[in-house]
Design a protein around this ligand. Structure first.
Ligand SMILES: [Zn+2]
Ligand SMILES: [Zn+2]
Length: 292
């Protein structure tokens, strides 16, 4: 199998680069950042199939700026609307945040997407096995995230990264990110994978070790979240403030990062609810959490 790696600079500090892989000159995995430049660079490769692992902005360039068919998991398709109609997402997140007594100001940081007003140019088709590459569903980071497997090599999108722990997805209509992510990692441990080619950071030569590290991280964060909930009703933001965030303490974060931290906290609280460890209690019209 011949693997070509295309390195593209993103406009962000982190992740600073995104990698697109072309396998045997026939299958392209991921679609670059949402920009004309990235799509044009990728158009130079005349491939038969294009797979996009998930709907995030640093992966979907060819969907919005190129006319050729793109394969995507059906669960990801609805989320593409965030680029043409962000108001819809802002509204449902705001309603949710309000119910927990958390400022809607954090959600409003999503308004930066309004100026993009992008509609897919490509025809979206359901992702399937192609040319010896098998689809492996790896949800958790997003609800329909896929990886592609061929000859013990896994093209992992954002599901597995070498240094960073991928963010667990949380949307008003997708709340099972933590259990999905843990299941996806256990699934990979059962497959024969020697090398992981992620969309950011370095190639992973010891996937088993990395999968265990990521599982441990999730378990520890679930434990930390559990310890942040008290025997009295605890507010969502007070739980978030007790969690150790790699970018600093919760109350020092800017509004966008508070938005991300609240979403991840909610994902872990949902996981603890699923496990029967905590429950909700309404206090003064706001939803709070309490130990079971
Ligand atoms: Zn992502
Ligand atoms: Zn990414």
């Amino acid at each position: 199998m011949e693997i070509e790696k295309i390195k593209l600079k993103t406009p962000f500090e982190n992740p600073d680069y995104v990698y697109v892989y072309v396998v045997d000159s026939e299958v392209m995995i991921d679609g670059g950042f949402c920009s004309v430049e990235h799509a044009a660079r990728l158009e130079e490769h005349d491939v038969e199939y294009r797979v996009v692992t998930h709907h995030h902005i640093d992966h979907v360039g060819i969907i919005f700026f190129s006319e050729r068919d793109v394969m995507l998991h059906p669960s990801e398709v609805n989320y593409l609307e965030i680029y043409s109609n962000p108001e819809k997402f802002i509204k449902s997140y705001s309603r949710l945040f309000r119910s927990f007594g958390v400022s809607e100001r954090y959600v409003e940081t999503l308004k930066v997407l309004t100026a993009m007003n992008l509609k897919p140019k490509a025809r979206i088709v359901e992702v399937r096995d192609v040319k010896g590459l098998k689809v492996v569903e790896t949800p958790g980071h997003t609800s329909g995230h896929v990886s592609m497997l061929a000859e013990n090599c896994l093209f992992s999108g954002d599901f597995m990264l070498s240094n960073t722990t991928p963010n667990i997805g949380f949307y008003p209509d997708y709340t099972t990110g933590v259990s999905d992510y843990l299941e996806s990692l256990h699934k990979i441990l059962k497959l024969e994978v020697d090398t992981v080619y992620p969309a950011h950071e370095k190639v992973i030569r010891n996937p088993e070790k990395r999968a265990h590290e990521l599982i441990d991280h999730c378990i520890n964060r679930a434990k930390e979240t559990y310890e942040a909930v008290e025997s009295q009703p605890t507010k969502l933001e007070d739980v978030a403030a007790k969690i150790t965030w790699s970018i600093g303490s919760y109350w020092d974060l800017d509004d966008f990062n508070r938005f991300m931290a609240i979403c991840e906290t909610l994902a872990f609280l949902h996981y603890l609810e699923e496990k029967g460890k905590i429950r909700r209690k309404i206090v003064d019209d706001t939803v709070q959490f309490i130990l079971r």
